[in-house]
Design a protein around this ligand. Structure first.
Ligand code: C2O
Ligand code: CU
Ligand code: CU
Length: 489
């Protein structure tokens, strides 16, 4: 069945008057808040003047036959993000991004998070297949001065994951202040491939922020009340694009292949990444790890929370060439991301194999249930909020109870754009507006619903029983209640 835009709108009862508002990408619903730019008042640096930082790699404080133990202390720090200014951040280990954890599939990783901040926190491993008690449920608070051990069995494939704050009603604000880092899972299958590694395997956390004159990163929220302040209900957009915490940085590269692990760590900003040369990038991985085969692309769209592993071959360029990574979804400064300066010749033994991995295609005929989830705006505490199936997030309410081991189809519908994320269950996209995506299946944990779309995903609930959340990964939508419980029974 192909679902038209008009049918999609009718599904959640929006009238024909709305349906004519057009395919042009302009606001669909007059009253529905859209993401909004928070302008900086600090002087901003010229692009490509700051070198790309690489987050420090965390070292376990103890390792034994089965387990690596890490400790991350959340604390306030002042960092020089804009040249010459001091920016207060909240960071894991006092850094932004936090330290990168390099973990191994099948080895238990225990992360002790100690809260040295003045506010409660929750830490979630995004993309982790984690038992519920360590999954960072939004009300499992770690209070100031206390700590919690999060245990990750990592019974899952190699993939680029990330950890970030998940405190109910305050996630947008706490991530904005710096509480996010990479968590890379490796495995034997991936290690056997001749992909670029070492210094040529570079994690890139892309996120936008805005800066006040004194260098601080103000967030339009409340000190004493949850959520985000009007008119930023639709999402907070920064006007400075940071990569690994640096504004529009530059990386000097050799004439060789590089693996770039792209993560959209923004609160609300989607990117359409593309090289200024028009050259191809080769995607090798997605949220849930390797694709079955490499995919040559000229642009990659990443909504908040999504990842793409790509290989760029800089031997296609000459020494002295400058290759910009651009964001075609915007113009001006926000249309720029970072720059690669091709610096020197080098030996390169890497290659991109024609076959990367195998992925079982989940069979819709075997689905035990099909469920509907409508992502819409609606009224919340007398104002506007974001709802799933008409309900704001309520820890006491469970929207779905899939059985452990069952395959299910979840049909997601949107009003405006919503990047939808499921904890625990990696999924495959079955249809988008009734059409099957071309090509082999891939594993995702976040999928962007564009405006007035119907996306069907298929997943199998394996791993653990218990209570998990699914939510919109526009963090302002999430904080304004666009989250629901599901319980694997
Ligand atoms: Cu990246 Cu529930 O979050
Ligand atoms: Cu998650
Ligand atoms: Cu949303």
């Amino acid at each position: 069945m192909t679902v038209t835009r008009r049918q999609a709108l009718r599904l959640f009862g929006l009238g024909a008057a709305v349906a004519v508002s057009g395919a042009s990408g302009c606001s669909l619903l007059g009253g529905t808040p859209q993401p909004r730019l928070l302008p900086s008042t600090a002087p901003l640096p010229a692009p490509f003047t700051v070198p790309l930082p690489l987050p420090e790699v965390a070292r376990p404080y103890r390792s034994d036959g089965t387990t690596d133990h890490y400790e991350l202390v959340q604390r306030a720090a002042e960092l020089e993000i804009l040249p010459g200014l001091r920016t207060p951040v909240w960071g894991y280990g006092g850094s932004f991004p936090g330290p990168t954890i390099e973990a191994r599939s099948g080895r238990r990783t225990v992360v002790r998070v100690s809260n040295g901040l003045g506010v409660p926190t929750v830490t979630h491993l995004h993309g982790g297949r984690t038992p519920p008690e360590s999954d960072g449920y939004p009300t499992d608070l770690v209070r100031p001065g206390s700590r919690r051990d999060y245990a990750f069995p990592l019974d899952q494939r190699a993939a680029t994951l990330w950890y970030h704050d998940h405190r109910m009603d305050y996630t947008g604000q706490q991530v904005w202040r710096g509480l996010a880092g990479f968590f890379l899972v490796g495995d034997d299958e991936e290690e056997a491939l001749p992909l670029p590694r070492g210094e040529r395997d570079v994690p890139l956390m892309i996120c936008d922020r805005s800066f006040a004159e004194d260098g601080s990163m103000p967030y339009p929220g409340f000190a004493d009340r949850p959520g985000v302040r009007e008119p930023y209900m639709g999402g907070v957009l920064g006007d400075v694009i940071l990569v690994n915490g640096a504004p529009w940085p530059e990386l000097r590269v050799e004439r060789a292949r590089y693996r770039l692990r792209l993560l959209n760590g923004s609160n609300a900003r989607p990117y359409e990444l593309s090289l200024s040369t028009g050259g191809a990038v080769v995607q090798i991985g997605s949220d849930g790890g390797l694709l079955t085969a490499p995919r040559e692309l000229r642009r990659i769209r990443l909504a908040p929370g999504e990842r793409a592993d790509v290989v760029v071959d800089f031997s296609a360029y000459r020494v002295g060439d400058l290759v910009e990574l651009r964001n075609l979804a915007d113009e001006g400064p926000q249309g720029r991301v970072m720059r690669f300066a091709v610096d020197r010749d080098a030996r390169d033994d890497s290659a991109i194999p024609k076959t990367l991995s195998r992925i079982e295609r989940l069979d819709p005929a075997k689905a035990a249930a099909t469920r509907d989830f409508a992502f819409t705006s609606g009224s919340l505490h007398g104002g506007v909020g974001w709802l799933i199936n008409g309900h704001p997030f309520d820890a006491a309410r469970t929207e779905a109870r899939p059985k452990l081991g069952d395959t299910e189809i979840w049909r997601l519908t949107s009003d405006v754009a919503h990047p939808v994320h499921l904890h625990l269950a990696h999924f495959q996209v079955l249809t988008v507006n009734g059409e099957r995506p071309a090509g082999p299946p891939e594993w995702k944990d976040t999928v962007e619903l564009r405006e007035a779309q119907i996306v069907e995903i298929i997943t199998r609930f394996t791993g653990y029983r218990g209570r998990y959340v699914m939510h919109c990964h526009n963090l302002e939508h999430e904080d304004m209640a666009m989250m629901a419980n599901f319980e694997v029974v």
